[in-house]
Write a protein that binds this ligand. Sequence first.
Ligand code: MN
Length: 393
Amino acid sequence: MPTAAVATGPLARYWAKRDFAVTSEPRGETAPPGEALSFVIQKHAASRLHYDFRLELDGVLISWAVPKGPSYDPADKRMAIHVEDHPLSYGTFEGTIPPKQYGAGTVIVWDNGTWEPVGDPNEGITKGKLVFRMHGQKMAGLWELVKIAKGGEKQEPWILFKKRDEFARPKAEYDVVRALPDSVIAKPLPTRAPRTTTALKSAAPVVKKASKRASSRADSIVPGAVQAPLPDKLTPQLATLATGVPLTGTWLYEIKFDGYRIMARIDKGKATLVTRGGHDWSAKMPGLVKELEQLGLQSAWLDGEIVVLGDNGAPDFNALQKSFDHRTSSAGIVYFLFDVPFFGGYDLRNVELVHRRQVLRTLLEDKGTEHVRFSADFEADPASILTSAGTCQ
Ligand code: MN
């Protein structure tokens, strides 16, 4: 397209600010919407670090620049400057915008996923009050954007904040931009070429030795894995990071739900079962410890939930509680594993959940053992994980 052409439409301002002969940012076009509306949050180290918060609507990304980024604390009102719409193809852009170009600096995709407006989103944007639900890798639950002043049509100040729901957390407890600073876009392992089989093998040499079964179908890539010693403890907050979802403390899992959240630490082949509160429950469930050790893993943290399945096949919380009254009856407990934050000398917490679960599935040979099972109920999207955890029976 000749640069002299007069650009019109929602992306006109976006195009006008950029020289696409120089920057590697996409020119883009308005696009028909997909089935779900996408969002992206880009962390942009320009002259001042900020987070570009972009929601797909009507074929473009409606955009705000949020200097401090999002906060899960509803009391934190974050300034969000309404900026020009961006093309949908901008949603996967990562790279360095050259010096002297508009927005010069590096851009990473800090989070992405889908969003759902509550009410009519066009009306919300016009009126300056947009409530929406996010289904990202880091962002979840209900959020709100409110216009706080009319600033002409450019650079309108809005605020972004978390609505109160089960995802909200005080900032003192959890600061998502500090806890999860990195890109969500898969990167090759630093140590080896990202060729599928070798990648998992190089991430998990001990499994290869310990269990031929486990490595024989190791066909996942694990981009984002970093070498790290196995931590002695995973605190509830770290467990939270492990799933990439800001679960609040002990909510559904331990309070009103059907099971107990339990993490398993495996070190030199020996398994320990730990509650979210950090208590060692191995002695309460010797059968599970034994089955975990039979998986042949040398080093791992696994995350899951123990339940007792009732006659109808659904988790029965009363039966679970009773099984701790008499040690012998703990034999009926089933441990559903849904995550593997550490494995084989690697910290996997920055690996995309979908890839971690693929690793876990491989380790469990798809199904696991009689009492240690892969939880097929927990799908890759954090929101659906919570939905299935929170609502099944
Ligand atoms: Mn920016």
